[in-house]
Write a protein that binds this ligand. Structure first.
Ligand code: FAD
Length: 339
């Protein structure tokens, strides 16, 4: 097995590779070819049939499969052990994971054990050079790990010049998933789980699982009607629901609206909420602070309804309706119901 490639940790549940993993493979493909290395992926669990068909079209050159009944569902120690022991062997130069519950648990464990460091919650990844400002030493082709910092007031680019692997978790939805070549076939390497994880690693036994599926699906909705603090009340949010129902849309919200109790946290869009890229985003009573913009700026068309013509969101909006949303939204509902 050759070394120093770029590897993506795949999350696999109910026979499906998670969207965030496919997003990372899409980005990983680009980064790996910039580095001139292979794109690898690792999946750990049980019943891993069919993973290859799902990931090879994304350009995976090599898929490591580590299968054992006890490796599903995910628990911290065994999955960490597999990655730590495998990475000691294959020495990846970079490893990407989703900034999901699993990635946020697994990434730091692996990186601290390998003394490699990790940048959490990246919103972008690039390859670039870096000069150490203290020593003047130059580094070529590092993974530039980009994320908001200091409460979203700056965008930081973080590099890890010396330690390997360079590790990053990336938020769901911030990168596009795009098939590289439907006919692409990579190599499958079935690893013997017993070589990478020992009985002592299985310290947790899961007796039962209850999966709560949210009915709110703003991430995949093509139209979002989002409300901010300017909506004013929980009752007024019903207006937005009515407009959303008329358009076949989902309702989103700013953090200020969520904090005020106007709507549920699952609808929050932005740096500490969900990242969305719908075809149409209607922002109602949202000022457009950087932390909100971070989660919706890639929407194809943005309409802002705001009574302040100088609201910052208007600078990124394609269309601006200046007025009170209590007057504007009912008119839109009436119009779209007729048409
Ligand atoms: P406001 O800024 O209060 O804006 C309300 C807007 O409504 C104003 O533009 C006003 O002109 C307009 N308005 C008022 N009345 C009406 C009316 N009747 N009709 C029409 N317009 C009206 N925010 C997020 O959204 N998502 C995040 O994930 C997020 N994460 C954060 C993370 C950190 C670490 C921090 C520090 C902040 C975060 N925030 C986040 C908060 C963010 O900084 C803003 O406070 C928040 O986005 C403001 O929400 P808003 O635009 O709804 O409210």
């Amino acid at each position: 097995m050759d070394q120093n490639n770029l590897i993506v940790y795949l999350e696999f549940e109910d026979g499906r590779v998670a969207d965030v993993s496919l997003e990372l493979l899409t980005k990983g493909r680009v980064l790996a070819s910039r580095l001139g290395v292979k794109l690898e992926a690792i999946v750990v669990g049980d019943n891993l049939d069919g993973v290859e068909e799902q990931v090879f079209p994304y350009g995976v050159d090599r898929l490591y499969k580590v299968s054992d009944k006890r490796l599903y569902p995910y628990t911290s120690n065994p999955h960490s052990a597999v990655l730590i022991n495998l990475f000691r062997e294959i020495k990846p130069q970079a490893c990407l994971m989703g900034a999901t519950c699993i990635g946020r648990d697994l990434g730091p464990r692996v990186s601290s054990c390998l003394h490699s460091g990790l940048t959490a919650d990246c919103t972008s990844l690039e390859i670039g050079d870096h000069t150490d400002p203290k020593t003047g030493k130059e580094y070529k082709d590092l993974l530039l790990q980009i994320r908001p910092a200091f409460g979203g007031n700056i965008v930081a680019t973080i590099v890890n010049p010396e330690c390997r692997p360079q590790m990053a978790t990336v938020r769901e939805g911030v990168m596009k998933k795009e098939i590289f070549d439907p006919a692409h076939k990579g190599e499958i390497v079935e690893l013997d789980a017993a070589k990478y994880v020992s009985d002592e690693d299985f310290v947790v036994e899961i007796l039962d699982r209850h999966i709560e599926k949210s009915k709110i699906n703003i991430k995949n909705s093509p139209i979002i009607v989002a409300g901010g603090y300017g909506v004013g009340s929980k009752e007024n949010f019903q207006l937005l629901h009515e407009l959303a129902d008329t358009l076949g849309a989902e309702v989103g919200a700013s953090r200020a609206a969520v904090d005020a109790g106007f709507t549920e946290h699952a609808r929050q869009i932005g740096q500490t909420g969900v990242t969305v890229r719908p075809k149409l985003y209607i922002a109602c009573g949202i000022s457009g602070q950087i932390q909100h913009i971070a989660g919706m700026q890639d929407s194809s068309i943005i309409i802002s309804i705001n009574n302040d013509p100088a609201a910052p969101i208007n600078t990124i909006a394609d269309y601006v309706i200046t007025g009170n949303l209590e007057e504007v939204v009912p008119k839109l509902i009436k119009y779209y119901k007729k048409n």
